[in-house]
Design a protein around this ligand. Structure first.
Ligand code: DGL
Length: 274
Protein backbone atom coordinates (compact mmCIF):
# COMPACT_ATOMS: atom_id res chain seq x y z
CA UNK A 1 0.00 0.00 0.00
CA UNK A 2 1.11 3.58 -0.71
CA UNK A 3 2.35 4.82 2.69
CA UNK A 4 0.72 8.19 2.14
CA UNK A 5 -2.67 6.47 2.59
CA UNK A 6 -1.72 4.97 5.96
CA UNK A 7 -2.97 6.49 9.21
CA UNK A 8 -1.16 8.62 11.73
CA UNK A 9 -1.01 6.91 15.14
CA UNK A 10 -1.20 9.03 18.27
CA UNK A 11 -0.85 7.64 21.77
CA UNK A 12 -1.14 9.05 25.24
CA UNK A 13 -1.50 7.85 28.82
CA UNK A 14 -5.21 8.68 28.62
CA UNK A 15 -7.51 11.37 27.28
CA UNK A 16 -5.03 14.26 27.44
CA UNK A 17 -3.58 13.42 24.04
CA UNK A 18 -6.91 14.48 22.53
CA UNK A 19 -5.66 18.05 23.03
CA UNK A 20 -2.77 17.11 20.74
CA UNK A 21 -5.07 15.37 18.24
CA UNK A 22 -7.13 18.57 18.08
CA UNK A 23 -4.12 20.44 16.67
CA UNK A 24 -3.37 17.65 14.21
CA UNK A 25 -6.92 17.87 12.90
CA UNK A 26 -6.37 21.58 12.35
CA UNK A 27 -2.94 21.38 10.70
CA UNK A 28 -3.42 18.04 8.91
CA UNK A 29 -7.18 17.78 8.27
CA UNK A 30 -6.83 15.39 5.34
CA UNK A 31 -5.08 12.69 7.31
CA UNK A 32 -6.66 9.61 8.90
CA UNK A 33 -5.90 8.88 12.56
CA UNK A 34 -5.73 6.09 15.13
CA UNK A 35 -5.80 7.36 18.70
CA UNK A 36 -4.79 5.14 21.61
CA UNK A 37 -5.38 6.26 25.21
CA UNK A 38 -4.16 4.03 28.04
CA UNK A 39 -7.08 5.04 30.26
CA UNK A 40 -6.79 1.87 32.37
CA UNK A 41 -3.33 2.86 33.65
CA UNK A 42 -3.40 6.67 33.58
CA UNK A 43 -1.82 8.75 35.11
CA UNK A 44 1.77 8.05 34.08
CA UNK A 45 3.12 11.30 35.52
CA UNK A 46 3.99 9.92 38.97
CA UNK A 47 5.07 6.45 37.85
CA UNK A 48 8.60 5.08 37.67
CA UNK A 49 10.71 5.23 34.52
CA UNK A 50 10.64 1.41 34.14
CA UNK A 51 6.85 1.27 34.27
CA UNK A 52 6.40 4.14 31.83
CA UNK A 53 8.86 2.54 29.39
CA UNK A 54 7.06 -0.78 29.62
CA UNK A 55 3.70 0.88 28.87
CA UNK A 56 5.24 2.93 26.04
CA UNK A 57 6.56 -0.24 24.41
CA UNK A 58 3.10 -1.82 24.49
CA UNK A 59 1.38 1.26 23.02
CA UNK A 60 3.98 1.55 20.27
CA UNK A 61 3.59 -2.11 19.33
CA UNK A 62 -0.17 -1.69 19.19
CA UNK A 63 0.07 1.29 16.82
CA UNK A 64 2.63 -0.51 14.66
CA UNK A 65 0.16 -3.41 14.37
CA UNK A 66 -2.30 -0.86 12.94
CA UNK A 67 0.19 -0.17 10.12
CA UNK A 68 0.49 3.55 10.82
CA UNK A 69 2.90 5.74 8.83
CA UNK A 70 3.88 8.00 11.75
CA UNK A 71 3.66 7.69 15.53
CA UNK A 72 3.05 10.77 17.64
CA UNK A 73 3.96 10.36 21.29
CA UNK A 74 1.40 12.84 22.57
CA UNK A 75 2.22 12.19 26.21
CA UNK A 76 4.97 14.49 27.47
CA UNK A 77 5.80 12.01 30.22
CA UNK A 78 6.43 9.23 27.68
CA UNK A 79 8.26 11.66 25.38
CA UNK A 80 10.50 12.50 28.34
CA UNK A 81 11.44 9.05 29.57
CA UNK A 82 10.84 6.60 26.72
CA UNK A 83 11.27 8.32 23.35
CA UNK A 84 14.55 6.49 22.67
CA UNK A 85 12.82 3.16 23.24
CA UNK A 86 9.87 4.07 21.01
CA UNK A 87 12.31 5.11 18.27
CA UNK A 88 14.30 1.92 18.67
CA UNK A 89 11.37 -0.46 18.21
CA UNK A 90 9.60 1.50 15.49
CA UNK A 91 10.07 1.22 11.73
CA UNK A 92 8.11 4.43 11.07
CA UNK A 93 9.06 8.03 12.00
CA UNK A 94 8.35 9.16 15.55
CA UNK A 95 7.35 12.63 16.71
CA UNK A 96 7.72 13.36 20.42
CA UNK A 97 6.74 16.54 22.21
CA UNK A 98 10.13 17.88 23.22
CA UNK A 99 12.11 18.79 20.11
CA UNK A 100 9.32 20.73 18.34
CA UNK A 101 8.48 22.59 21.54
CA UNK A 102 11.96 23.69 22.56
CA UNK A 103 12.70 24.99 19.06
CA UNK A 104 9.73 27.35 19.26
CA UNK A 105 10.50 28.37 22.84
CA UNK A 106 14.10 29.24 21.94
CA UNK A 107 13.06 31.12 18.82
CA UNK A 108 10.54 33.19 20.74
CA UNK A 109 12.37 33.93 23.98
CA UNK A 110 14.23 37.23 24.01
CA UNK A 111 15.54 37.13 27.55
CA UNK A 112 16.43 33.42 27.36
CA UNK A 113 14.75 32.91 30.72
CA UNK A 114 12.49 29.99 29.97
CA UNK A 115 10.06 28.16 32.25
CA UNK A 116 8.97 24.54 31.91
CA UNK A 117 6.03 22.92 33.66
CA UNK A 118 4.99 19.27 33.47
CA UNK A 119 4.32 16.13 35.47
CA UNK A 120 6.81 15.00 38.11
CA UNK A 121 8.25 12.34 35.79
CA UNK A 122 8.71 14.90 33.00
CA UNK A 123 10.40 17.54 35.14
CA UNK A 124 12.57 15.08 37.10
CA UNK A 125 13.76 13.45 33.86
CA UNK A 126 15.27 16.84 32.84
CA UNK A 127 14.22 16.07 29.27
CA UNK A 128 13.14 19.60 28.43
CA UNK A 129 15.92 21.22 30.45
CA UNK A 130 18.67 19.18 28.76
CA UNK A 131 17.21 19.63 25.28
CA UNK A 132 16.95 23.40 25.79
CA UNK A 133 20.56 23.62 27.00
CA UNK A 134 21.86 21.53 24.12
CA UNK A 135 19.90 23.35 21.44
CA UNK A 136 21.06 26.72 22.73
CA UNK A 137 24.68 25.48 23.04
CA UNK A 138 24.45 26.40 26.73
CA UNK A 139 24.59 30.07 25.76
CA UNK A 140 23.39 32.16 28.69
CA UNK A 141 20.07 30.40 28.96
CA UNK A 142 18.32 30.10 32.30
CA UNK A 143 15.70 27.43 32.81
CA UNK A 144 13.13 27.32 35.60
CA UNK A 145 11.31 24.01 35.85
CA UNK A 146 8.40 23.13 38.07
CA UNK A 147 6.22 20.01 38.38
CA UNK A 148 2.50 20.84 38.67
CA UNK A 149 0.91 17.46 39.52
CA UNK A 150 -2.48 18.83 40.62
CA UNK A 151 -3.18 20.42 37.24
CA UNK A 152 -4.08 17.09 35.60
CA UNK A 153 -6.93 16.10 37.99
CA UNK A 154 -8.20 19.71 38.07
CA UNK A 155 -8.56 19.72 34.28
CA UNK A 156 -10.20 16.30 34.32
CA UNK A 157 -12.71 17.58 36.88
CA UNK A 158 -13.54 20.42 34.51
CA UNK A 159 -12.25 23.04 36.99
CA UNK A 160 -10.32 24.99 34.38
CA UNK A 161 -11.30 28.41 35.68
CA UNK A 162 -12.28 27.57 39.25
CA UNK A 163 -10.97 29.85 42.06
CA UNK A 164 -9.20 26.90 43.70
CA UNK A 165 -7.35 26.22 40.44
CA UNK A 166 -6.25 29.86 40.41
CA UNK A 167 -4.93 29.49 43.96
CA UNK A 168 -2.99 26.35 43.06
CA UNK A 169 -1.62 28.02 39.92
CA UNK A 170 -0.47 30.97 42.05
CA UNK A 171 1.34 28.57 44.34
CA UNK A 172 2.96 26.48 41.58
CA UNK A 173 3.95 29.41 39.36
CA UNK A 174 5.19 31.83 42.04
CA UNK A 175 8.86 30.95 41.42
CA UNK A 176 8.45 31.37 37.67
CA UNK A 177 6.89 34.79 38.14
CA UNK A 178 9.72 35.70 40.50
CA UNK A 179 12.19 34.58 37.84
CA UNK A 180 10.47 36.74 35.17
CA UNK A 181 10.43 34.00 32.55
CA UNK A 182 9.37 35.46 29.19
CA UNK A 183 8.43 32.05 27.74
CA UNK A 184 6.75 29.07 29.40
CA UNK A 185 6.61 25.56 27.97
CA UNK A 186 3.33 23.80 28.74
CA UNK A 187 4.97 20.36 28.92
CA UNK A 188 1.86 18.29 29.56
CA UNK A 189 -1.18 17.35 27.50
CA UNK A 190 -3.57 18.90 30.02
CA UNK A 191 -1.99 22.27 30.64
CA UNK A 192 -3.16 24.13 27.51
CA UNK A 193 -6.66 23.81 29.00
CA UNK A 194 -5.38 25.99 31.85
CA UNK A 195 -3.78 28.69 29.72
CA UNK A 196 -6.37 31.23 30.91
CA UNK A 197 -5.49 30.67 34.56
CA UNK A 198 -1.76 30.45 33.83
CA UNK A 199 -1.83 33.74 31.91
CA UNK A 200 -3.53 35.40 34.86
CA UNK A 201 -0.53 34.51 37.04
CA UNK A 202 2.06 35.17 34.30
CA UNK A 203 0.39 37.86 32.17
CA UNK A 204 3.36 38.82 30.02
CA UNK A 205 4.71 35.31 29.45
CA UNK A 206 4.41 33.59 26.07
CA UNK A 207 2.94 30.09 26.45
CA UNK A 208 4.19 27.31 24.17
CA UNK A 209 1.72 24.46 23.62
CA UNK A 210 3.65 21.24 22.97
CA UNK A 211 0.68 19.69 21.15
CA UNK A 212 0.45 22.50 18.63
CA UNK A 213 4.21 22.56 18.06
CA UNK A 214 4.29 18.81 17.41
CA UNK A 215 1.48 19.17 14.84
CA UNK A 216 3.35 21.92 12.97
CA UNK A 217 6.54 19.85 13.10
CA UNK A 218 4.70 16.80 11.71
CA UNK A 219 3.46 18.76 8.69
CA UNK A 220 7.08 19.46 7.77
CA UNK A 221 8.23 15.93 8.48
CA UNK A 222 5.47 14.31 6.41
CA UNK A 223 6.21 16.69 3.52
CA UNK A 224 9.94 15.97 3.65
CA UNK A 225 9.34 12.22 3.61
CA UNK A 226 6.66 12.39 0.95
CA UNK A 227 4.16 10.88 3.37
CA UNK A 228 1.54 13.61 3.22
CA UNK A 229 -1.96 12.54 2.28
CA UNK A 230 -3.16 15.23 -0.11
CA UNK A 231 -6.66 16.63 -0.47
CA UNK A 232 -7.58 14.46 -3.42
CA UNK A 233 -6.76 11.33 -1.41
CA UNK A 234 -9.62 12.04 0.94
CA UNK A 235 -13.11 12.55 -0.39
CA UNK A 236 -14.83 13.16 2.93
CA UNK A 237 -13.58 15.97 5.09
CA UNK A 238 -15.12 14.99 8.42
CA UNK A 239 -12.42 13.79 10.82
CA UNK A 240 -11.46 10.20 10.16
CA UNK A 241 -10.35 8.88 13.55
CA UNK A 242 -10.46 5.46 15.13
CA UNK A 243 -10.38 5.57 18.94
CA UNK A 244 -8.91 2.85 21.12
CA UNK A 245 -8.87 2.95 24.93
CA UNK A 246 -7.70 0.42 27.51
CA UNK A 247 -10.70 1.20 29.73
CA UNK A 248 -13.88 3.21 29.39
CA UNK A 249 -13.87 5.73 32.27
CA UNK A 250 -17.20 7.05 33.65
CA UNK A 251 -16.59 10.62 32.58
CA UNK A 252 -14.86 9.82 29.28
CA UNK A 253 -17.38 11.40 26.90
CA UNK A 254 -17.50 14.65 28.85
CA UNK A 255 -13.73 15.03 29.23
CA UNK A 256 -13.13 13.98 25.63
CA UNK A 257 -15.52 16.65 24.41
CA UNK A 258 -13.73 19.28 26.48
CA UNK A 259 -10.39 18.30 24.99
CA UNK A 260 -11.46 17.73 21.43
CA UNK A 261 -14.41 20.05 20.94
CA UNK A 262 -16.77 17.37 19.59
CA UNK A 263 -18.39 14.12 20.68
CA UNK A 264 -16.68 10.79 20.19
CA UNK A 265 -19.25 8.30 18.94
CA UNK A 266 -17.41 5.01 18.94
CA UNK A 267 -14.57 3.68 21.08
CA UNK A 268 -12.94 0.27 20.96
CA UNK A 269 -11.42 -1.29 24.06
CA UNK A 270 -8.03 -3.01 23.77
CA UNK A 271 -5.87 -4.94 26.19
CA UNK A 272 -2.25 -3.92 25.66
CA UNK A 273 -0.88 -6.58 28.01
CA UNK A 274 -1.71 -9.44 25.65
N1 DGL B 1 -0.39 12.81 29.37
C1 DGL B 1 0.45 13.15 30.51
C2 DGL B 1 1.56 14.10 30.04
O1 DGL B 1 1.44 14.79 29.04
C3 DGL B 1 -0.37 13.73 31.65
C4 DGL B 1 -1.25 12.73 32.35
C5 DGL B 1 -0.47 11.64 33.05
O2 DGL B 1 0.17 11.89 34.09
O3 DGL B 1 -0.51 10.51 32.57
O4 DGL B 1 2.58 14.17 30.68
Amino acid sequence: MDSRFAKIGIFDSGVGGLSVLKHFLRYLPHERYVYLGDTARVPYGNKSRETIRNYARQSTNFLLSQKVKLIVVACNTVSSVALDLVEEISNVPIVGMITPTINTALAFSKTKRIGVIGTRATILSHSYQNALKEASSYNSIEIFAKPCPLFVPLVEEGMVSHPSTELIAEEYLAELRQASVDTLILGCTHYPMLSGVISKVLPSTFLVDSGEESAKYSVKLLKERDLLRSVEHNAKLSPDIEFFLTDYPYNFREIAKNFLGFDIEEVKIVNLEH
